[in-house]
Design a protein. Structure first.
Ligand code: SPV
Ligand code: MG
Length: 514
């Protein structure tokens, strides 16, 4: 069955065929070219490589004339062998070829010269299983049955494994006559494109051993693509089309995305399995915008703030995301996001919210405020940084923002130096809204990463706060400061490219940010 690229090769295999015809006509046409050797043989070779990579079926390549004389055939066969191609068919015409269905009495190759091409091809084959099919064009170019039989026998004697006898008549008569005289001297291959009406049983009974359905996948796709383009152009809409075309999921399946996902689990570092908790239980004070819904659901350019945040997490490979909700929780509906309730949101703080979701994280975890936005690279940096607990801290933060707002200010053992290649990490000494200006190293943006060990420490510290009766009131700065007093809490310095949404003017900034 014909295929002309990796995808069509897969489709042919799925249908159940046992072999592929890499058609010269359809590979050329799918490149937008004529079947006249306009694509160079190495360009065809590149297509064949994609096909061979896409299927386990043996591929018989339409090698046209062999792209020249015996020497070109030698090199062609060698290169096909290196790409795992099962066989090649060469036709007894002259380079550059013309498709057999065009014109009359195309010139044929000299018999002896063509036999040299066959011998050279067989002498260059990569192993004994490689197949060389010699294609006889005598019937199609009007040289008659005797010439066809004479040539076929010469090619067989020269070492061809099979003979392709081609015809452009609308009946199989000359093919059946040829087969009768051939008497199964070696396998016969046919291409019934023009005599498609002849029942296959009749052809098989006549002793033909291989039928090539030579171009029907490309022709089918032309019909489908033309119709789809026409409909979409006419309606300027997709509603009429969706049910008529293969789904995007089908594309993913055909090209093997499932295998890639399995491989990612095996080969990518743990970041792919990190989970995230978003703290979004408090209502916020944005006037009418937060009258019915929490701040995280405020619309920022057509999507809730929370959706922008979860998209950033997903882009980093984080799939399991839990959001802790309280105020207006019934207004929060996001696909693929799990929710956890903090119904005591009015009298509790961030640490209590986090404690509600602590069972949702085990190994590596991200903890993030629900009212912030940051560029993807910041999360990538936090994920890649060494350390069991890593905080994204804006080194400019303390200086840039208007005073009078509650800020998670950071005191650290090392300030941001401006040298990006610093290998000495900075650590948290204290986080609080109340740090002497000269001691401020930056502002925590509300994004933290915990390794498996870090998550265990976090769980322990939450349990301790609870035991001490401090959990209800504790905020993240207190929790992180306590962790920093016992363990290394690493500071990952950034410079801007994030924001939190506390005021109406922040909403405007967030729109610009997106
Ligand atoms: C091809 O598929 O490119 C062939 C078969 O060579 S035919 O077009 O019938 O010549
Ligand atoms: Mg061809």
């Amino acid at each position: 069955m014909e295929a002309h690229n990796g995808l069509s090769a897969k489709i042919v295999e799925e249908a159940g065929f046992r072999g592929l015809w890499a058609s010269g006509l359809t590979i050329s046409a799918s490149l937008g070219l004529r079947d006249s050797n306009e694509a160079s043989w190495t360009q065809v070779l590149d297509v064949l490589e994609f096909m061979a990579d896409s299927t386990r079926l043996p591929i018989l390549v339409d090698g046209d004339t062999g792209y020249g004389n015996f020497n070109n055939v030698r090199r062609l066969v060698k290169k096909l062998g290196q790409r795992g191609i099962a066989g090649v068919c060469i036709e007894d015409k002259l380079f550059p070829k013309t498709n057999s269905f065009i014109g009359e009495r195309q010139p044929l190759a000299d018999v002896d010269e063509f036999c040299g091409r066959i011998k050279a091809g067989k002498d260059s084959q990569p192993d004994d299983d490689f197949v060389l099919v010699a294609r006889v064009e005598a019937l199609i170019s009007g040289h008659g049955m005797d010439e066809a039989l004479h040539r076929a026998e010469a090619y067989r004697a020269a070492g061809a494994d099979a003979i392709l006898i081609h015809s452009k008549l609308s009946s199989a008569s000359e093919i059946l006559t040829f087969a009768k005289h051939w008497e199964r001297r070696c396998p016969l291959v046919i291409v019934p494109t023009m005599y498609y009406g002849t029942p296959t049983e009749v052809l098989l009974e006549a002793g033909l051993s291989n039928i090539i359905w030579a171009n029907h996948n490309l022709r089918a796709s032309i019909t489908a693509m033309r119709e789809t383009s026409r409909r979409i152009f006419e309606t300027q809409s997709l509603t009429d089309i969706e049910g008529r075309v293969a789904s995007v999921k089908d594309i993913f399946r055909l090209v093997g995305n499932a295998e890639l996902e399995a491989a990612e689990k095996r080969y990518l570092p743990a970041r792919a399995t990190a989970k995230a908790v978003i703290l979004a239980a408090t209502g916020g004070d944005l006037g009418e915008l937060t009258g019915q819904r929490p701040k995280c659901m405020v619309d920022i350019r057509g999507q809730p703030l929370l959706r922008h945040l979860t998209d950033t997490l997903s882009n980093a490979g984080i799939r399991e995301i839990s959001v802790v909700l309280g105020y207006g929780k019934e207004t929060v509906q996001l696909p693929g996001v799990q929710t956890v309730d903090n119904d005591r949101y009015a009298e509790t703080g961030e640490a209590y919210s986090l404690s509600r979701a602590i069972d949702r994280i085990d190994g590596e975890a991200i903890v993030v405020y629900g009212d912030i936005l940051f560029r993807d690279y910041i999360l990538d940096g936090v994920m890649a940084a060494q350390g069991d607990i890593v905080l994204a801290v804006d080194a400019l933060g303390a200086k840039m923002k208007p005073p009078g707002r509650i800020r998670d200010l950071v005191r650290a053992d090392l300030r941001f130096s401006g040298r990006y290649l610093d290998d000495e990490p900075a650590h948290l000494i204290e986080m609080s809204s109340d740090i002497a200006p000269e001691d401020i190293a930056g502002e925590w943006i509300g994004l933290a990463r915990f390794s498996q060990q870090g998550t265990a420490w976090l769980r322990e510290e939450i349990a301790l706060l609870e035991k001490e009766g401090l959990l209800d009131d504790a905020d993240m700065p207190l929790l992180l400061s306590r962790l920093g007093a016992k363990h290394h809490v690493v500071i990952h310095y950034i410079l801007a490219h994030w924001l939190d949404v506390d005021t109406l003017s922040d909403v405007g900034d967030a729109m610009n940010f997106i």
